[in-house]
Ligand binder design. Sequence first.
Ligand code: UD1
Ligand code: UDP
Length: 380
Amino acid sequence: MIERRPRILVVAGTRPEAIKVAPLVLELRRYEAQVETLLVSTGQHREMLTQALSAFDLEPDLNLDIMQHGQTLAEVTSRALSGLDRLIAETKPDIVLAQGDTTTTFTAALAVFYRGIPFGHVEAGLRTPTIRNPFPEEFNRRAATLVTDLHFAPTQWAVDNLLAERVDPAAIFRTGNTGVDAVLSIAGKVSHDWFPEHKGRVVTLTTHRRENWGEPMRQIAIAARELLDEFPDLLLVVPMHLNPQVRATLSSVLGDHARARLIEPPEYGRFIPLMRRSALILSDSGGVQEEAPAFGLPVLVLRETTERPEGVEAGTAKLVGTDRALIFTEAKRLLEDERAYAAMAHAISPYGDGRASQRIRHIVLGRLGIETPAVAEVLA
Ligand code: UD1
Ligand code: UDP
């Protein structure tokens, strides 16, 4: 009988997962002679996933293509779960990895658990105090933890969260966040001259969270519009998530303003230069919250809770929620008070050192009996 190489499945489904697993897939594939790495997409996102992977010259090896407009969370869950179950039965992986807190992450963890295969959770241990916020991500990541064999926690705070839940300390590895690997690998390579004709400042807004759909998102958009009216030099750039609910709200409030640019979401290699062109970011995104501090960019977080307190503690991010008046006041303060701005605008990377994928590769391959070089540097 011919023995095959051990096989790793890396599962992703949405834009942020694509960005954060890409460096890991590339790292694992450096050891292709010893191990086979298959990138599996549930297809929870379609255009946005393809676009995110393209920055890394990657494509899914297998794609369940489950996205449908207007489907419920239960429909996403059941279609991803049954599709992944079938795929696991067919490909017989030795270990499965998934990242983050989406429905793809949750269903990957559950499908793998049902099949009795080891599961590694990348970006493990992020927590908010309430299971309903962010919705449904807080549930997804807590559920994934229950069935995870290898927990790859980005920061000490995440490690401590897992320890507080009595996760076996021997199964927890502090690796840094693979999102930092992604941003560092791409930021050095890309450039794009955003809005050369505009001599004033740019404020970039991204919003998509389910708990912000409807009225909270309308309040966010109104606050952004008020900022445009307050500061005549501002250009507001809104890369609109492809979710139709989100687009409807943003377009109805901001669509007719002469200095609002409602644009299609730029691919990752263009989005990073857009962040760097910006004076300020308003966002409810998890990934954007992690990236902004790396560029010394103040970010006002449009959420009531965050599972990423490190940026807030470091002073580059501030939680402002979705209250129109508070968003306006905080943004105005930063845009007109140089000292307040300077206090937030310092570059730090509390989320990792760019070597998370290498640490995870060492641990995962070690678990498969393949010895590879360890990362010498210890995370600060
Ligand atoms: C999902 C994740 C969220 C993550 C976000 C990142 C869940 C429940 N939510 O939210 O945790 O922060 O992705 O962006 O897992 N659409 C397209 N094309 C695309 C992508 C989306 O048309 O490439 C539209 C479709 O109509 C789709 C809808 O957006 O049905 C919503 O997508 P879905 O994956 O359900 O949730 P998100 O709100 O994107
Ligand atoms: N991003 C992008 N283009 C955009 C908006 C975001 O490439 O128009 C990137 C961003 O740099 C980050 C990730 O997508 O790495 C965040 O995705 P999103 O906000 O959709 O999800 P979250 O991180 O909130 O789960």
